[in-house]
Structures are given as C-alpha cells and as structure tokens.
Ligand binder design. Sequence first.
Ligand code: AMP
Length: 612
Amino acid sequence: MPEAPKITQKPTDYSLELKNKKTLQFIEDVTSNADEVQRKVLEEILARNAHVEYLQTHGLNGHTDRESFKKIMPVITYEDVQPHVERIANGDMSPILCSKPISEFLTSSGTSGGERKLMPTIEEELGRRSLLYSLLMPVMSQFVPGLDKGKGMYFLFIKSEAKTPGGLVARPVLTSYYKSSHFKDRPYDPYTNYTSPNETILCPDSYQSMYSQMLCGLCQHKEVLRVGAVFASGFIRAIKFLEKHWRTLCNDIRTGTIDSQITDQSVREAVMKILKPDPKLADFIEAECSKSSWQGIITKLWPNTKYVDVIVTGTMSQYIPTLDYYSNGLPLVCTMYASSECYFGVNLNPLCKPSEVSYTLIPTMAYFEFLPVQRNNGVTNSISVPKTLNEKEQQELVDLVDVKLGQEYELVVTTYSGLYRYRVGDVLRVAGFKNKAPQFNFICRKNVVLSIDSDKTDEVELQHAVKNAVNHLLPFDATLAEYTSYADTTTIPGHYVLYLELSLNGTTPIPPSVFEDCCLTIEESLNSVYRQGRVCDRSIGPLEIKIVEPGTFDKLMDYAISLGASINQYKTPRCVKFAPIVELLNSRAVSSYFSPKCPKWFPGHKQWGTMN
Ligand code: AMP
C-alpha cells in the first residue's frame, strides 16, 4: 500500500498546534486581565440574577458592583443556603437563587447532617466545565509532546443517581458530565481519545464497568500514552482489580470472547469492537502478572506510558508511595482542581513534583474571594477558621488579584448557578502568580480528619460515631478513656482505624463480637459518602478498632510535648498522620477487630423516602 502523502497529515498537526496555541493564549489573556475578568463575571452574574429572591431579600437592589455586593451580601456556608436548596428540591420552580432554571443538583462529597450537600446547577455550567477540561491537554503538550499520537487509559465511572421530590435529578458532578452530550457526543479529538468506550464508562454496574475498561485498556496496551483516574485512590483500585482478575481478563484476550459475568449488552457490543483473539498478548500479560513483584507493573503492561494522571494533592497524597511503586516513579500529574460548586483551575506546570503542585484559578469560572486563615502549627495542625463571620471578618475577604504570596485563605465563590459568597471549605496557600492570577497549593479541606476516597469525615461526626459505639461497652462496665483515628492506606482499599484506650472496671471479659458491633456502629453513624464508599463502590475497607494498653495516650502526650506542643494547650488529636505516632499506637495495641459487614446505605437522601 502506498504511504499516505505527508500533506494529509500536516493540516491535522497544524490545526492541532493552532488550537493549542489559541488555548494557551486564552490562559495568557484571562490571567493577565484577571481583575477585569473577575469584575465582569460578577457583574454578569448579578445583572442576570438581579430579580432572584435571594438577592432581593438581602436588598442588593440590582447593584452589580463589587463594593455593594461585598457590603450587602453575607458570606455563607451550606447550612445558610440549605433552606433555599430544599425548596428547589421539593419542586419550587420560582427563581429563588438563579434566574435560569436549575437543571439538576450535583451531590457533593461534602456532607451536611450526614447527607451529601446538594449543589444547584444550570445547563450552561456544563460548557464552563468543558472549557476547563479543554485547557488541560494544550498545557500538558507543552511538556510532553506527541500525546495526540496515542490514547489515554482512564478509569472513569458513573455513580447512582436519585430524584428529588420535585423531580430534579441529583447525582455527582462527574456522573452528570459523563452522561452529558459534552462528553458522550464529543467530536473526535486526539486528546480525548480514550481506551474505554463510552458504554463501559456509562455502565452503572461498577464491576462490569471496571472489568470492561481494564479489558479494553489491556487490548490497546501499546497505544496507551497516559493512564489515570480522577483521584489516586481510584487508580490504585483499578490496579488491585487487575491483581484479582487478570486470569479471567487474559482468558478473554486469548479467546476473543467476553466473560459471562459481563451481561450488559451495550458494554459487550462496545468491547467486541476492540477485543480480538490475541494469545501472544494474553501470554505476555499472564507472564507479567504472575510474577511475585508487581513493582512497575504499569510500565510493563503499558510500555509507552509517559505519566500517571491522577489527583495526588490534599488527602490523596497518602497514595504517592503506592503509585510510585506500581509505576516505577513515572511522573504523577495533577491537572486540575474542581468541585461540585464550580470548577476552579488548572496546573500550568504539570510535571512538577506532587508536593509543589499549584493550581491557577481561571478567572472566567466564577467570582472568587479569599478569607485569610491562620494555622496553629501545633501537633494537631488544626486550622482556625471562624464558623460564622462577623462584619469585620466579612470585610477581610480579598479579591483574586489581591491575595498575598505565602498566605493561606479559605476559598469563597459566587457562581453562575446561584451560590453567592459561598464558603467552599478548602484552604489554599498562594504559591506564586501566573501574570495577575494567583496559583494556589491545595492545603486541606477544613475540619476533615479522615478520608480514604472521596469521603470526608470531620471531627464532630467521628466523635458522635464513637459515642454511639461505646454504648455497647456499658454492660461490661468499660468506659472510653481516650481515642484517636488514622486513615490506613497501606491496605487496598484503605480503611479507618480507631485506637481506643478503655477504663475497665468490670470483671467480665468483653467478647470480640462486642468490639465488632462497635466497629459496625461507628460505620452506621458515619455520613452517607463514607457508607456509599463501603457498600457500593467498595472503595473503603472495613473499619478497624485497635484497643491500646492503658497509659498509651499519656505516652502520646509525652511524645507531642517532646516535639514542642504546649502542656497547657495539649489536646488529644482525634486523628493522627505522623508515622512515629502511628507506630507508637500500633506498638501498644493489644487487640484488633474489624467491622463484620457493610453498613446500610441507600441512594438519595433519607428525607426523600424511597428512591428509584
Ligand atoms: P466534590 O464537591 O465532591 O466535587 O469535591 C470537591 C472537593 O474535592 C474540593 O472542594 C476539594 O476539597 C477536593 N478536590 C478537588 N480537586 C482537588 C485537587 N486537585 N486537589 C485536592 N483536592 C481536590
């Protein structure tokens, strides 16, 4: 066959280059004019929503300037906006928060009262999300050339959805995005060319979805140039899945047939377009997977992989060593920072070390403000952010271009879909600037003590859960002296560990089943995102209780004080992360118990009754 004339190749390369250039220019423009763009964004949001009930009740009176907005509108948390959200969820279609119709609710992994928060959204937000996604590959291509010459193997999943009493859909933001035409009907683009057919991503059964995506990824192993998932935990789950199922996968590749457990017809059809009998490939995978060490398995099975695209900032940093092990130290790339409320920004230096990742907020996404926060640099490393802000504190918020290098802030957003001066709950530190736009290190999510996957458990929830659990010990005359917790990610999936020190007054020994009941009670008491992770996604392992010797928490205090904590102010940390402290606790553990079964979990909110 004659070689295709070079000329047919050229225009594609050329147009891609041009497209990339335009995108990078867009980033230059909006970051150079960050303040002006922010002014316009706020003006636009306030002008089109001038008549919505929320702004009218507060008396904004059609003003669209920053000064009036900041003077009149309060800085709020979810609990403030929740009554309005509930009215919309119950079917009130009047313009309460937003002049455009609320198209659905995005169920955040942040919780309130144990349930996922509901974020209103409007149709056009999908365009804004797509825009942020479209920035990622042109940025990446500056550092890694040739990414248009192959595919991305991304493990992407949808989660269950529910209907509010008023009939709106409520689902996670990524489920909404993958099910939208922006993703499903995307035109061919070498940068969104994935090994997973849409049908495998959109399959609601998580086993079938993972199996079929892995199968397609293996079949196209030589074409894969980058691998990833949204969060590090999800990618590690995929490797673990391969560890468990490679024999069946190899069998499918050898014979060119799909395992009978994959019953979804659309998935089978989509996979059959890719799967061909390939005994050589099956032998190769089998040989690699049956080796005793899986170190570098990614680079072996997908030899052309240039980087691993997963979020490893924030609590996900706990997975870096595991990822390094499986990928033989390939670059770990964190490309973006986003939430259900709104998508925020991108990493303009994607090959930097995970500890140096900073996100440049894109000024067109929303109107951003920043509340300065102080950090107590004690052992607990807690962050002091006022719960409700007084007038003086409300005045302390600064605009995007006015943040100071090195200072930490809580992010506050005003979105196109009806959130005004809303505290997202994330703490960010200014690491530098791209033109006028600041670049932020993600520091932490305020108040969160434990997280394995997308679960975010705070101190109050944990306290409440532990209190419920220790009721099981009362008949044995045992009381809780002290406790702390640890997110153990050395197991896959990771799991919560609770260290309990007990005061035992009774003489009857406590049977293991009672401690197991304690484990389950804690799980039942935790929020719905945690329970969903346990039950549905299996992304969190059974909770463990470790009973420690009497006097352990005194030792913990001595240790903290030796590190510089103040005796007077010392409080037992309700979560530990520092390896020597975990070691100290483990060395004094006398017994360990696991939750014997999964806690209860149902899709939707408990207030909504039975779900579809
Ligand atoms: P959700 O509301 O469930 O979409 O979760 C959004 C939250 O996930 C954000 O507010 C952050 O706390 C966290 N998150 C999102 N992107 C990143 C990132 N790149 N690095 C660290 N945390 C992130």
